[in-house]
Design a protein around this ligand. Structure first.
Ligand code: SF4
Length: 315
């Protein structure tokens, strides 16, 4: 095996530093202070809004995934860990069986670590943690066991809805961020995801990670370090997407490590498919809607990736 040139953040941390991060993360997850909802609920005794319970972690699947952006999936794929539950309440979530209905099962730290190492031995390019905020303490305990064994980067695949306290911990071990910028305005954020202050919170977090130690580093076309922002275009919400592009164009002038991935893969799922409350979300994105977004993206000259219309999870 060729020794990678990029040394991951995890392998640059000392054991004492990891212990400090575990302690901090336990103080957030143990008190229900790990996302902007700050539910304050003790997960040992009560249900939390995000679905977290107990001391361990609940996971729906761990598998090789080819559908991320090309430098993330590469030829061998990412090892995607889909955690059960989510801090967001998106009515159109394509992963709703586990993100909203909490399907999955408990994993011990030993089992989790051994699965990740198995995927590493099969050549995946990174470990892609998908919406793991609610299990941050357990994730960190696992990373402690993996220090020195896991050589591939850790990718934090997240909603953009995070507290500064949580992001300051994550930033110590996440080499890659796949960070959603779902909404520019408060109204769709509340209506579709029940997320108070999402625009302000997601933009504050975006600036924090761009200012941090997250330079864009690729080796042989594979991403080792960097931030990819993602925006899923929603039917009937083109103005909000265009506002995101305008925001992206400003960020691009300020941060040379800014990259945006525009996604067209929306299809009506979960409540969007069933409820009469969201008629605008009942259909897939129209060609003319996506065309308007593409024209604006070209006009702003934004670096990144544009998904083809009708793509199903690929970039
Ligand atoms: S992540 Fe879950 S447990 Fe933590 S504050 Fe949010 S809803 Fe509560």
């Amino acid at each position: 095996m060729v020794t990678p040139m990029y040394v991951t953040k995890l392998n640059r941390l000392s054991m004492d530093e990891i212990d400090g991060l575990i302690e901090k993360s336990e103080s957030l997850t143990g008190k229900g202070m790990c996302c902007p909802r700050k539910c304050g609920i003790n997960r040992q005794t009560h249900c939390t809004p995000c679905g977290a319970s107990g001391k361990g972690m609940r996971i729906a699947s761990i598998s090789r995934h080819m559908g991320e952006e090309p430098p993330v999936s590469g030829e061998n794929g990412a090892c995607n860990v889909f955690f059960s539950g989510c801090t967001m309440k998106c009515v159109f979530c394509q992963n709703f069986p586990f993100s909203q209905l909490n399907n999955g099962r408990e994993y011990s730290i030993d089992e989790f670590c051994s699965r990740l190492l198995k995927f590493q031995s099969r050549g995946v390019h990174n470990i892609n943690l998908v919406t793991s905020d609610q299990y941050l303490a357990a994730v960190l305990k696992s990373l402690k066991q993996l220090k020195g064994l896991l050589e591939i980067p850790v990718s934090y695949n997240c909603s953009g809805y995070h507290t500064p306290e949580l992001l300051s911990i994550v930033d110590k071990f996440a080499d890659i961020y796949l960070y959603d910028l779902k909404y520019f305005s408060d109204s769709p954020a509340l209506k579709y995801s029940g997320a108070q202050n999402y625009p302000e919170i997601s933009q504050r977090g975006a600036e924090f990670i761009l200012k941090g130690n997250n330079a864009w580093i690729e080796e042989d076309g594979i991403l080792k370090s960097g931030v990819i922002f993602r925006h899923l275009v929603l039917p009937g919400n083109i103005d909000d997407s265009i506002s995101i592009l305008n925001y992206a164009s400003k960020m691009k002038t300020e941060f040379n490590n800014f990259r945006l991935s525009i996604m067209s893969q929306y299809f009506p799922a979960y409540k969007a498919a069933e409820s009469a409350s969201f008629p605008e979300l009942k259909n897939k994105l129209r060609e003319d809607e996506y065309e308007m977004v593409m024209i604006e993206a070209d006009r702003y000259g934004i670096d990144g990736w544009y998904q083809e219309l009708d793509a199903q999870g690929g970039c």
